[in-house]
Design a binder for this molecule. Structure first.
Ligand SMILES: [Ca+2]
Ligand SMILES: [Ca+2]
Length: 376
């Protein structure tokens, strides 16, 4: 007797039902995964903006805390009475390699170049880094030509010698009557007559031979009572501006105006606005916050107007990298408070047609120009 054995298994209908259930399961899993991924990217892009903005603020703040070091003038009697140089225009006679052209150096801790209409502002930060002197000397006169050495007032000191300069130090020779100056570089001293030299050629810095890069200019003759500031081996005159790249991204760019080099220091920074804090009645308390760069009918008036600038306040906007699918993640333009209370809008953010598809973070701070506390 044979036993007929039926082979057990799925029928075609059972198989198809099974496949459909598996497909539905996969769909649900994919859907959940997609939603999770989307929310993860949104969270990450928000933190990108947070990080970029914080980095931008950190780097700018680090520079601004030093703004004005070595640039102030203490009270002086004699031929130089009352003369300061804040707000003067200094030529950077640079023979070194540059990626951007040398622009005149406005001799002030902070210069805000207001963007046209509501475009981003550019903030220029300046300071010296001399290890020894942080106050200028007055010249004794007799600079006989534009390349002649400079007779400094060292006879005010105990020793009859040129004091406080190191080879390669970058100096600013300034005429406080006209408000113009020139960057030069210290190339040695002639101690028989207290003279500071600013020759072309090169010098040895440790194992490295360096060229004097700021001594090629033909200078006007500077008379007695001119100021000689020692800004040290590597003074800073940095511009911070928003530059749009070829892909349409806006980044915070730092330009080193002394050497002409440029770099992106924080990505996706879409606006930068700044205002001056001014003490207009000379009681060391700021009462005015505005965007007006000091002016004056003559240099003395311009100098006084600059000496009212005691602080800078600035705000910047960082944008998330991710463009959200729904363009309603931001509904109002970001704002800041330049004087601490009045609200102002970052209008430049809205010039991107799809600005509402991104998230933004606002950062704002005040930097007191504390290196100017000795200003007369
Ligand atoms: Ca502005
Ligand atoms: Ca005041």
């Amino acid at each position: 007797m044979t036993i007929k054995r039926f082979s057990s298994g799925f029928s075609l209908v059972e198989l198809m039902v099974g496949i459909i259930i598996a497909l539905l399961g996969s769909l649900v899993i994919l859907q959940v995964f997609s939603i999770t991924e989307q929310s993860k990217q949104t969270t990450t892009s928000g933190s990108d903006a947070q990080q970029n903005g914080a980095l931008a603020m950190l780097l700018m703040d680090k520079d601004m805390r030093q703004a004005g070091y070595g640039m102030n003038v203490t009270a002086c009697t004699g031929p130089c009475a009352g003369s300061g140089f804040m707000g003067g225009t200094v030529n950077i006679n640079d023979s070194g390699p540059r990626t951007v052209a040398a622009t005149p150096f406005v001799f002030a801790p902070i210069l805000i170049m207001q963007g046209a209409a509501n475009a981003p502002d550019t903030i220029v930060v300046s300071y010296g880094n001399a290890a020894t002197t942080s106050v200028p000397e007055y010249t004794r006169g007799d600079m006989r030509s534009g390349t002649d050495s400079i007779n400094v007032n060292s006879n005010n000191m105990e020793t009859y010698s040129v004091y406080g300069y190191s080879l390669g130090d970058v100096l600013v020779l300034a005429d406080a009557t006209t408000g113009t100056g020139d960057v030069i570089q210290y190339s040695g001293a002639d101690n028989t007559d207290d003279r500071v030299k600013h020759e072309t050629g090169s010098y040895q810095l440790g194992p490295v031979t360096q060229a004097f890069r700021y001594n090629d200019g033909v200078l006007p003759v500077y008379g007695g009572g001119s100021l000689l500031f020692n800004l040290g081996p590597a003074p800073v005159n940095n511009s911070y501006s928003i530059v749009q790249d070829s892909a349409g991204r806006r980044n915070l760019v730092q330009t080193n105006n002394m050497t002409g080099s440029q770099s992106i220091i924080a990505a996706d920074i879409v606006d930068l606005q700044a205002e001056y804090g001014k003490d207009t009645d000379n009681d060391d308390v700021i009462e005015t916050w505005d965007t007006v760069t000091p002016t004056g009918a003559n240099f003395a008036a311009l100098n006084s107007a600059w000496e009212q600038v005691k602080a800078v306040r600035y705000g910047l906007v960082a944008r998330s990298i991710k463009r959200e699918p729904a363009c309603n993640v931001t509904t109002t333009l970001p704002v800041w408070r330049p004087d601490g209370t009045t609200t102002k809008t970052f209008s430049n953010v809205g010039t991107n047609a799809d600005w509402q598809c991104y998230r933004y973070r606002v950062f704002e701070t005040t930097n007191v120009l504390r290196n100017l506390i000795w200003t007369p």
